[in-house]
Design a protein around this ligand. Sequence first.
Ligand SMILES: [Zn+2]
Length: 182
Amino acid sequence: MDALIIVDVQNDFCAGGALPVPEGDLVIEALNRLAREAELVIATRDWHPPDHRSFAAHGGPWPAHCVQGTPGAELHPRLDRAAIDVVVDKGQDPEAEGYSGFEGTDLAPLLRERGVTRVHVGGLALDYCVKHTALDARRAGFDVVLHRDATRAVNVRPGDDERALAELRAAGVEVVDVARRG
Ligand SMILES: [Zn+2]
């Protein structure tokens, strides 16, 4: 059984948000297509308390984003909500990094209970939450397919996207790119 994990496609990570990922909105249609074909669809949300350690005001690298209960933390309105079975909120511990959808959540037992053996991953952003979610899925024993056309990177340093892909491949993640497959 396969599941799709849509990572953090939230208003704050898309155009006009607090921490927009370049071309972040472009992942939405690809994810909606994947979601319509998937048996089980999980959407994660970055769901931070206002004093989260990743925020610049609290010593972290990022502007405040995806604060619990704010419009910026909501899933993007163009995501096909009817195709999403479960929403998993992460990043709720103010002292933990919280990049991975498996960190401090019940995502792994949820997948195992449903008989999932392989997860497909896309969303935002490739070089942070998508990467850490995919790596944790491998560590939890799942086969993992990363959909390159359904994710975009922040690229704080140029090439972070390619380094993330190399790290994922080295961990045994299959990277597929519909656009380049022709
Ligand atoms: Zn965050």
